[in-house]
Design a protein around this ligand. Structure first.
Ligand SMILES: [Zn+2]
Length: 107
C-alpha cells in the first residue's frame, strides 16, 4: 500500500470577518468603527472614547467638522439622551478640532 503523502487538512473556508459597523449620528452613514469616534456618556459627562471600551451609552461621530460640529450641538444630546454641558461641548470640540487637524485622511 503506497504511503500517502500527508496532506494537510483543508483549511476552513475563511469566514467573513465581522467588522463592526456603526452609524454616525450626524450624517447617518454606516461605517466601520475605525473611521468613527465613539462618544460615551458617563456620570461625569460625555467623553471621547478612543478605544471604544468604556462602559456607558455610546454614540458615534465622524471626525470631520461637517459631522462633529452639528453632531455635538444637535445629534449627540439626542443620541445619548442627555444634555451636554458647556464643559462637555468644549471638551468634545477641542478633541475633534485636534483630531481633524492631524487627520488629513478624513475629508
Ligand atoms: Zn458623519
Amino acid at each position: 500500500m503506497p504511503k500517502q503523502k500527508a496532506v494537510p487538512p483543508p483549511k476552513q473556508a475563511p469566514r467573513h470577518r465581522h467588522i463592526p459597523q456603526r452609524t454616525c449620528v450626524a450624517c447617518r452613514q454606516v461605517q466601520a468603527t475605525s473611521t468613527l469616534v465613539r462618544l460615551v456618556r458617563t456620570p461625569e459627562g460625555v467623553f471621547p472614547d478612543e478605544k471604544g471600551k468604556r462602559p456607558g451609552r455610546g454614540a458615534y461621530l465622524h471626525s470631520r467638522p461637517e459631522c462633529w460640529q452639528p453632531g455635538i450641538e444637535k445629534n449627540l444630546p439626542h443620541a445619548l439622551n442627555t444634555t451636554l454641558t458647556e464643559a462637555d461641548k468644549q471638551r468634545l470640540t477641542e478633541y475633534f478640532a485636534a483630531k481633524s487637524a492631524d487627520d488629513d485622511s478624513v475629508k
